[in-house]
Design a protein around this ligand. Structure first.
Ligand SMILES: *[C@@H]1O[C@H](CO)[C@@H](O)[C@H](O)[C@H]1NC(C)=O
Ligand SMILES: *[C@@H]1O[C@H](CO)[C@@H](O)[C@H](O)[C@H]1NC(C)=O
Length: 145
């Protein structure tokens, strides 16, 4: 029942190439007079960081064919850069929960697997771009291993 590692890698590769900002977005940034800020370290328990991590894991769950949902278990590092909104760069660990995908439960109510055969933790690097005034977010990068 564990997800095929190759499939996962492929899936995440696709995510990080096709899920990226559109060409328009890139040229907009390049042509912008406003210089983007440098990434700065922020607290891993910052509400924005937690939200960004959740967005990433939701994207991860949508992308895998695991029968269980994964949830963020620990955020190791968080950087924030101001670029036409907020860009979070996170190192986050995610773990398999006991919640089945098919039941669409809220991740908040999902506990991590304790069964040794089903337990699984992955380390991910993810970038989440949030445009607060449009209430939009994108996950241009998501790599897990
Ligand atoms: C979820 O996955 C499906 C199929 O893999 C894809 O078409 C869809 O765009 C994904 N949605 C999100 C929000 O990632
Ligand atoms: C752990 O999960 C496996 C696979 O679903 C199952 O066969 C096994 O009985 C479970 N072990 C315990 C202690 O629940």
């Amino acid at each position: 029942m564990r997800p095929d590692a190759a499939l996962l890698a492929f899936c995440c590769l696709v995510l990080s190439t096709t899920g990226g900002p559109s060409q328009d977005f890139c040229s907009q940034v390049l042509n912008s007079d406003v210089k983007p800020g440098f990434p700065e370290t922020i607290k891993t328990n910052d509400p924005g960081v937690l939200k960004a991590a959740r967005h990433s894991v939701e994207r991860f769950n949508n992308c895998t064919d695991d029968i269980f949902l994964f949830k963020e278990s620990h955020i190791n590092r968080a950087l924030l850069q101001i670029v036409k909104g907020l860009k979070y760069m996170l190192e986050v660990e995610i773990g398999r929960t006991t919640c089945r995908k098919t039941k669409h439960p809220s991740l908040d109510n999902c506990d991590f697997q304790t069964n040794h055969t089903l337990k699984r933790t992955l380390s991910c690097y993810t970038e989440v771009w949030v445009i607060p005034w449009l209430q939009r977010f994108e996950v241009p990068v998501l790599r897990c291993h």
